[in-house]
Design a protein around this ligand. Sequence first.
Ligand code: UDP
Length: 266
Amino acid sequence: MGTSYASTERDAIRSGTSAWRQIRILGLPVHDVTLPEAVERIRAWCAEPAPLRQVVTLNPEMAMAARRDPGFRAVIERAALVTPDGVGMTLAARLQGTPLRARVTGVDLVEALAFAGCRLFFLGAAPGVAERAARALAERFGARIVGTWAGSPRTEDATAALERIAATRPEVLCVAYGAPAQEHWIARYREELTRCGVRVAIGVGGTFDYLAGVVPRPPLLVRRLGLEWLYRLLRQPWRWRRQLALPHFAALAVTEAIRARCSSRP
Ligand code: UDP
């Protein structure tokens, strides 16, 4: 039994297909994964030859964006790992009767990978922010951030970013251009990044802002209660328009859950 599970797991790691349970939320794939499992898998991918694996930390705002953007949907479908980011994802999963064990946010994942000793490159955010984030992680646990570069998602800025990445040969590339620009950027330069030695690329949103202390991270209690969205709305009220996606997501998730439960009745 044990041996056969281990070999299934090995095959899954080798092929890049996940052995985790995958559910669908608003038609999008989401893996039932915990933070330690995600870190373990990413480290295993780092030790393997190409191809590059893309990781998406999917939150409700992104799920709503994917409804309007088929290209973004396709990128999420092709990702090797899609983690549930945001309380909306875990609530939607529970509502439809397919609960997820954990949430794995971008900032938690980056911190954990840094702690695990992965060679990381921080791309994106405002000038100076990625450096400050890298310094903060190095001070906290001697993280190996091999390079940082603000750059931008514009095509004309890609060469400069790729040159810097190639020069430092990171295992994991963390891209903070905001969703879905960061996911599109990774997908678009997948082959170039593979040649630069990158094994795993993750879109990390506002992670560097949090790590650098530019944007305060919600206190642990607020995070445990799943109220980051409220905290963010109070601290960054100009985001209200973007957050309109959240009630829309909730309404769709409830409708989908009711439909799923009705159709599963005998
Ligand atoms: N960002 C960037 N270039 C852009 C757009 C965004 O570097 O063209 C950075 C922005 O500075 C921030 C990060 O992307 O550090 C994430 O932005 P946002 O708050 O939109 O992402 P979220 O946290 O909602 O995923």
